[in-house]
Design a protein. Structure first.
Length: 181
């Protein structure tokens, strides 16, 4: 890892305002059993069969590769696609995987049996509550010495002109602290 990336990762990891997952999305996957004793694999369905409803995709044979799966029973498959899928398996169920990013790394969050459940979780994890409905408590450990001095300076001038920032610092006399609104 290069030093610039390390510094960025450290800054993001220590940022008290960072929360939750970024770039959440839902991926429809097939859970496929393919060999006795092997754990199931998960593959997206090929675009040519994406229209197939979930309830028709249980305990049906399929062919697959590292990138996608095709239902092989009752479906016509183009020869060029058939040749791309060397493995055979049995679809056990459709899974809706919720995937997001944490500190710029892709992260599998959870699997759900229905698209409705997955959408509900994505909505809750998205924190779509607006920027002004959040409150944080930070300590001097989260601030550089220069940033702390700046806040102390700004908080000391009650009648100074607005900073043009999206917040205004003020003195908390009871606890010898600084607040921001």
């Amino acid at each position: 890892m290069n030093p610039t990336h390390q510094a960025t990762a450290l800054l993001i990891a220590s940022n008290p305002f960072t929360r939750g997952y970024d770039k959440l999305y839902i991926e429809r996957l097939l859970m496929i059993a393919y060999e006795d004793g092997c754990p199931p694999c998960f593959r997206p369905m090929h675009d040519s069969q994406a229209h197939l409803p979930d309830d028709t995709l249980q305990l049906v044979p399929c062919i697959f590769n590292d990138d996608f799966a095709l239902i092989s029973e009752g479906q016509s498959i183009l020869n060029e696609l058939d040749g791309c899928c060397p493995s055979n398996g049995l679809v056990h169920q459709v899974v809706y995987a919720v995937i997001g990013e944490v500190f710029n790394e892709q992260c599998h969050v959870a699997d759900f049996d229905s698209l409705k459940e997955a959408k509900s979780v994505v909505l809750r994890l998205s924190f779509e509550t607006g920027h002004y409905s959040r409150a944080w408590e930070i300590s001097t450990a989260h601030l550089t010495e220069e940033a702390l001095r700046y806040l102390e300076h700004r908080a000391g001038y009650f009648y100074s002109s607005p900073t043009g920032l999206l917040f205004e610092p003020f003195v908390l006399k009871d606890c010898n602290g600084i607040g921001c609104s």
